[in-house]
Design a protein around this ligand. Structure first.
Ligand code: 77L
Ligand code: MG
Length: 214
C-alpha cells in the first residue's frame, strides 16, 4: 500500500539531513514541505517566532501538546540548556513512530521524551509519573478543540506557576476561538498575538503567547 505523508517526510530526512545535525533536519523538512508536499509542521516563519520565545523563556521543563512528525520538538529541544527537557504528547501512533525517528536523527533523543496517548489522560499523570512539579513553557499544537480544555486541566493540576509561558499555534488557521477568548479575557493571563502565516503558505495565521500570572 502507498506510504503515508509522515513516512515520506522521514525518508527524505534520512536521505538529505546530516545525522545529529538538528538544523539540517529542520531545513530539510521545510524544503520538502515547501517544494514537494505540504505538511502541518509549524514551519520556518512561525518556527522562528517559536525559537525566539523558547530562547527568552529558556525553560528547564517544557511541554509540547501535538508532536506530529517531531519538527517542533526538534526546534524546541535544540535550544534547551543542558539538563533541560521537553515532554511531547502525541495521540496518533503512526505520527509518534515517525516523530521518534526524526528526533533520534536530529540527535536530541536525550532531551526529548515522547508520551503516546491522549493529552487529557497524560496531563494529570505528569506530576506522579514524570516527576514534574510545574512547567516553564507549553507549546500547544494539537487538536484545536483541545487547547482550552487542556489549559483548564493544566491549571487544575497546578502545573502552571507565575510566569509559565503558553505559546499556541494556529490561533487563526484552523483557529482556536474559544481558547483565544479565554486567555485574552482571563485576568490570570497576559496575552500577546504574533501575526504570521500558515506554514508554507500565504494564508494568515499566528501564534498567541500567554503568560500565566498565578
Ligand atoms: O490539526 C493540526 N494539528 C493537530 C494534528 O494532530 C493542524 C492543522 C493545520 C491545518 C490543516 C489543514 C488546513 F487546511 C490548514 C491548517 C495546521 C496546523 O499547524 C496544525 O497543527
Ligand atoms: Mg500547528
Amino acid at each position: 500500500t502507498r506510504s503515508t505523508r509522515p513516512q515520506r517526510l522521514l525518508t527524505h530526512v534520512k536521505q538529505r539531513a546530516r545525522r545529529g545535525d538538528a538544523q539540517s533536519v529542520i531545513t530539510t523538512i521545510d524544503d520538502y514541505c515547501r517544494a514537494r508536499e505540504w505538511a502541518m509542521n509549524v514551519g520556518d516563519e512561525k518556527g522562528s517566532i517559536l525559537d525566539q520565545v523558547v530562547c527568552e523563556v529558556s525553560p528547564d521543563v517544557a511541554l509540547e501538546l501535538g508532536t506530529y512528525c517531531g519538527y517542533s520538538s526538534v526546534r524546541i529541544a535544540r535550544l534547551l540548556p543542558p539538563g533541560a527537557r521537553l515532554l511531547t504528547v502525541e495521540f496518533n501512533h503512526d505520527y509518534a513512530t515517525i516523530a521518534r525517528e526524526v528526533i533520534d536523527w536530529a540527535g536530541l533523543q536525550d532531551r526529548v521524551q515522547l508520551l503516546e496517548g491522549a493529552s487529557g489522560d497524560l496531563i494529570p499523570q505528569l506530576r506522579q509519573k514524570h516527576g514534574i512539579e510545574t512547567l516553564d513553557f507549553i507549546f500547544l499544537d494539537h487538536w484545536k478543540d483541545r487547547y482550552l480544555p487542556d489549559t483548564r486541566l493544566l491549571e487544575d493540576c497546578s502545573l502552571l506557576r507565575r510566569g509559565t509561558v503558553l505559546l499556541a499555534d494556529n490561533v487563526i488557521c484552523p483557529g482556536t476561538p474559544d481558547y483565544l477568548e479565554y486567555v485574552r479575557s482571563s485576568p490570570r493571563y497576559q496575552s500577546q498575538y504574533f501575526s504570521s502565516h500558515l506554514e508554507y503558505t500565504r494564508a494568515e495565521d499566528g501564534l498567541e503567547k500567554s503568560v500565566f500570572l498565578g
